[in-house]
Design a protein around this ligand. Structure first.
Ligand code: ADP
Ligand code: MG
Ligand code: MG
Length: 211
């Protein structure tokens, strides 16, 4: 089984639909510990990606080109901090599969790992600081471990999704140390981080679409 540009476009379409459906919940979560715009930011970003990719000739487009286009359109559309974080994620994902016309399961796992590392490098957040990293990093690690253990792509992405869900849940017990919500200090306790919540939605749509 291989993944090509058309599959990646379908994946981004699926993420856009899932984020749009989740927009209000994400704004509500951000309303509690941030500025209530996270759902709007993510919907704007993935809507722009969907629109940009619609103009591509998929038969002649390499995965790396498509992912770089996603990065650029996400960055241009989103003024919130999630803009550069996801743009870096897609740019790193693009670099991870440069020169490949089609992707094997291991390449998709490499994209997920590069995305998580890109978000970490860009935002400088560590595990436990109540950010999207608390979902993305364990998700990438779980996907890589499952792949290494001989699981197929669907199983590896399922493992990533389960780890992201656990990570997002765990942000409820964390004190925000990065981003806007860090100003709240201990008052951020008891609430799920919106960026970790949306990471679960993104990884969930990737899992359904590619798995
Ligand atoms: P803004 O805070 O600018 O309004 P968003 O609401 O779109 O941006 O995104 C907020 C989310 O961004 C947070 O819930 C958190 O998960 C994530 N975030 C903020 N700063 C960082 C960072 N330095 N590293 C990783 N993630 C971060
Ligand atoms: Mg916000
Ligand atoms: Mg904002």
């Amino acid at each position: 089984m291989t993944i090509d540009a058309a599959d990646l476009k379908r994946m981004f379409d699926a993420i856009a639909v899932a984020i749009e459906a989740d927009k209000d919940r994400l704004c509500q979560l951000d309303g509690v510990i941030g500025d209530a715009d996270h759902g709007i930011a993510m919907a704007l970003g993935f809507g722009a990606v969907r629109d940009a990719l619609a103009s591509l000739d998929l038969a002649t487009t390499e995965p790396t080109t498509l992912l770089n286009m996603a990065a650029k359109s996400f960055l241009n559309a989103v003024g919130a901090s999630s803009g550069p974080l996801y743009a870096t994620a897609f740019m790193r994902g693009a670099a991870a599969v440069k020169g490949k016309a089609t992707l094997a399961a291991g390449d998709v796992i490499a994209i997920v790992q590069a995305m998580a590392q890109g978000i970490k490098d860009r935002g400088k957040a560590e595990i436990g600081e109540k950010t999207m990293i608390d979902a993305w990093l364990p998700a990438a690690e779980a996907a890589a471990a499952a792949n290494l253990a001989g699981k197929n792509l669907a199983q590896s992405l399922e493992a990533a999704l389960a780890a992201a869900e656990r990570g997002a849940e765990a942000t409820k017990d964390m004190i925000a140390a990065k981003g806007r919500s860090s100003r709240l200090g201990e008052r951020s306790l008891g609430h799920m981080d919106p960026g970790a919540a949306s990471a679960v939605t993104v990884i969930g749509a990737m899992t359904v679409s590619l798995g």
